[in-house]
Design a protein around this ligand. Structure first.
Ligand SMILES: Nc1nc2c(ncn2[C@@H]2O[C@H](COP(=O)(O)OP(=O)(O)O)[C@@H](O)[C@H]2O)c(=O)[nH]1
Ligand SMILES: [Mg+2]
Length: 394
C-alpha cells in the first residue's frame, strides 16, 4: 500500500480528480463556462450546411451537426390539436434525436395557446410567422367576376375545394411564396408537414442529410395522377397546345419561351416516351403534403420564372391549380430524374392514403404500425410504378 500511495499512478489520479472537481464547481457557478463546455451546445448549435461528422446517428455521435434545414407547417389556429398530433409523431419517430427547428406559418397571427402548446411539444426551436398580405390574398389584377364564376361552376360540379377561395390562396402560397418567407430564408432544406398526418415508422436516417449527401432536390412518399378538372389548362402553358388528357394547355407554352431551363435526363423527357392517347397521364403528381426539398431549387431562376409565368395566367384563381402539380411539373422539367427521391422507409399517412414501407426489411427496421398491404403504392391512381420505371431509363 505504501508503494502504491507514492506511485505516479496515484499522483495522476489525484490531479485528474482535482481537475474534474474544479470543472464541476465552475459548471455550477459560472453559466458561461457551463455553456462553453456543454456537449449539448453542439447538439443544439445553429444549423449549418457543412457536414463535419461521418456519423449518421446522433445517439452514437458526440457531435452531430444538423443540415441547414427546418420543418415547415402552414396551418390555422383552429387546427391546434391536429397540428400537435403531427408534431408529436414526428418528434417520437425522428426529431427527438435530431432537434431540427420548426417554422409555423399562418395568414393571421398565431394565438398564445397555439404558440405555448407547440413550443411545449417540440424538442427544438419553434418560430411562428405571419404571412405577408401580398403572399396570400388574391391579387387585385385577378378578374373577380371570372374567378367567382369559376368557383361556382366547380362547386356545382362537386370538385373538391372547387368553391373555396382560401384553398386557392393556400395553393398559390405553397407554390410560390413559402420559401421566400423571412423565417424560411435562412434555411436551405425543408420538410413540409401538415396537421393530422401520421408517421408510422421510426425514421432511422436523417432524410435531410441523405438529400444533401446524394445531391437530391425533391423527395416524396406518395404520388398520384392529378384531378384533371382542377387544372384543365395548366399543362399547355408549359410547352404549347399539345392535347393531353391531364393538363390541357399551359406548361408547354413556358417551355417554348424558356427551353434553356429544361434539364436533360428529366421526368419530362420520360413523359415524351409515353404513347399518346386517351388516359395518357402527362405528369406524375408528387403529393405535396409531404415534401422534403431544397429551397434553392424553388428560389432559382428557372422556378421563379416558371411560377411568375403560371401566376400571370391567373390559373390559381380561374381554375384551381394545386401546389402539388405545380411543384411536380417543375421537378419534372428543371431537375434531373435522379435528383427526385422516393423515401420508401418513411411510413406516411395523409387521409385517405398511406404509404407503408415495403422494400427489403424497411417495415421491420422501422417497427412500422401501418399494414404493408394497405399501401397506396399499389393503387390504380398511384404513379409509383411509372416513376420507378422511368428511373430505370438511360
Ligand atoms: N393558415 C392557413 N392554413 C391553411 C388554410 N387552408 C389550408 N391550410 C393549410 O394548408 C395545408 C393544406 O390544406 P388541407 O386542408 O390539408 O388541404 P388538402 O391536404 O389538399 O386536403 C394544411 O397544412 C392546412 O393546415 C388557410 O386558410 N389558412
Ligand atoms: Mg391536407
Amino acid at each position: 500500500m505504501k508503494v502504491l500511495a507514492n506511485s505516479p499512478v496515484r499522483i495522476a489520479a489525484s490531479v485528474l480528480g482535482l481537475v474534474i472537481l474544479l470543472h464541476f464547481l465552475a459548471t455550477f457557478t459560472h453559466d458561461g463556462y457551463a455553456r462553453a463546455t456543454s456537449i449539448q451546445r453542439f447538439a443544439t448549435s445553429t444549423a449549418v450546411e457543412k457536414i463535419v461528422t461521418p456519423h449518421q446517428d446522433p445517439e452514437n455521435s458526440p457531435v452531430y451537426t444538423r443540415v441547414n434545414a427546418t420543418f415547415v407547417i402552414l396551418c390555422r389556429n383552429d387546427q391546434l390539436w391536429d397540428t400537435i398530433r403531427s408534431v408529436r409523431e414526428i418528434e417520437d419517430k425522428f426529431n427527438h434525436k435530431y432537434h431540427y427547428p420548426y417554422v409555423f406559418l399562418n395568414e393571421v397571427p398565431f394565438d398564445e395557446e397555439f404558440k405555448y402548446r407547440l413550443k411545449t411539444m417540440a424538442s427544438s426551436t419553434t418560430e411562428f410567422g405571419l404571412i405577408p398580405r401580398e403572399h396570400w390574398f388574391q391579387p387585385d389584377w385577378i378578374d373577380e367576376d371570372k374567378a367567382s364564376k369559376s368557383r361556382d361552376k366547380m362547386q356545382s360540379e362537386n370538385i373538391i375545394y372547387g368553391g373555396s377561395l382560401s384553398y386557392r390562396n393556400m395553393c398559390r402560397f405553397n407554390s410560390g411564396f413559402f420559401f421566400r418567407h423571412p423565417l424560411m430564408e435562412k434555411y436551405k432544406w425543408y420538410w413540409r408537414i401538415e396537421p393530422d398526418v401520421h408517421f408510422h415508422c421510426n425514421i432511422l436516417i436523417d432524410p435531410f442529410r441523405y438529400m444533401e449527401e446524394h445531391n437530391k432536390v425533391y423527395a416524396f412518399t406518395i404520388s398520384m395522377v392529378e384531378y384533371e378538372a382542377t387544372i384543365p389548362t395548366l399543362w399547355g402553358h408549359v410547352k404549347g397546345r399539345i392535347p393531353c388528357r391531364l393538363f390541357a394547355f399551359c406548361v408547354l407554352d413556358f417551355i417554348k419561351l424558356h427551353p434553356e431551363f429544361v434539364e436533360k435526363k428529366t421526368l419530362w423527357a420520360s413523359y415524351q416516351t409515353m404513347a399518346p392517347g386517351i388516359g395518357t397521364i402527362c405528369a406524375i403528381v408528387l403529393w405535396s403534403n409531404f415534401e422534403i426539398a431544397n429551397m434553392e431549387f424553388w428560389r432559382g431562376e428557372a422556378y421563379m420564372k416558371f411560377f411568375e409565368y403560371l401566376d400571370s395566367q391567373g390559373g390559381f384563381y380561374y381554375e384551381r391549380w394545386g401546389d402539388a402539380p405545380v411543384h411536380s411539373i417543375a421537378a419534372a422539367l428543371f431537375a434531373s430524374r435522379d435528383q427526385i427521391h422516393f423515401f420508401d422507409e418513411i411510413g406516411y399517412e395523409h387521409a385517405p392514403y398511406t404509404h407503408c414501407p415495403k422494400e427489403g426489411d424497411n417495415w421491420a427496421r422501422g417497427k412500422c404500425t401501418c399494414k404493408p398491404d394497405n399501401n397506396f403504392d399499389f393503387d390504380g391512381i398511384s404513379c409509383l410504378n411509372k416513376f420507378q420505371n422511368f428511373m430505370k431509363q438511360a
